[in-house]
Design a protein around this ligand. Structure first.
Ligand SMILES: [Fe+2]
Length: 196
């Protein structure tokens, strides 16, 4: 029987992490797995593509039972953006639909944050975050008239991890746990889901 793309992805990533969970390997081989997942936008069930009129949405698609990784669909309406935030674990962001801008920030000696370049992600492209190199950024929907959807993969259960948002001017840090917008996750073994 034909295997669904999301199942293929989580199986392959679990096997990779089982073999060798180092970040360099995840960002090379794991990135290829994510690129394959987002190459064709025909598999994400419509329930996990829904924007909210006010807030960007985070739908959990899969969480590893041992908390080694999670896969989340982020859905942005026009004009929506995150506050400045960190992750504390490695992350890969694969653009599925629309377009996003990720702006990196560096903390100065006075505590404030300074913009340090931005990256625009188009469908099929993958960006990364890492506590070892660049963990603090702000993400926004880069298109004024379309929703944007990206598939995020993190080195932990991102909705349950305590992390921080920052005031870019004062540098004040506020801890938060994001949770998820959904109460049920996709059936990875259902191969009859049609695209929206
Ligand atoms: Fe982020």
């Amino acid at each position: 029987m034909h295997e669904g793309k999301l199942l293929t992805f989580v199986k392959s990533l679990a096997m990779l992490l089982e073999t060798d969970p180092n970040e360099e390997l995840i960002f090379s081989q794991g990135r290829v797995l994510l690129e394959n997942l987002i190459k064709v936008d025909d598999w994400l069930p419509p329930e996990f593509c829904k924007p909210h009129p006010q807030y960007y949405q985070q739908y959990l698609l899969y969480a590893d039972p041992l908390d080694r990784f999670s896969v989340v669909s982020f859905v942005w309406g026009p004009g929506q953006k995150t506050p400045l935030h960190n992750h504390t674990v490695w992350g890969m962001v694969g653009q599925l639909r629309g377009q996003e801008r990720s702006s990196n920030y560096c903390q100065q000696s006075d505590g404030s944050f300074k913009a340090d370049g931005s990256v625009v992600c188009k469908p099929g492209q993958v960006a990364t975050v890492s506590p070892q190199t660049h963990d603090i950024h702000m993400v926004e929907n880069d298109l004024e008239d379309q929703i944007s959807i990206s598939i995020h993969v993190y080195g932990g259960n991102i909705g349950r991890i305590e992390r921080a948002v920052f005031d870019p001017i004062t540098g004040t840090e506020k801890l938060f746990i994001s949770g998820y917008a959904n109460t049920v996750t996709p059936n990875l073994w259902n191969t009859t889901v049609s695209p929206t």
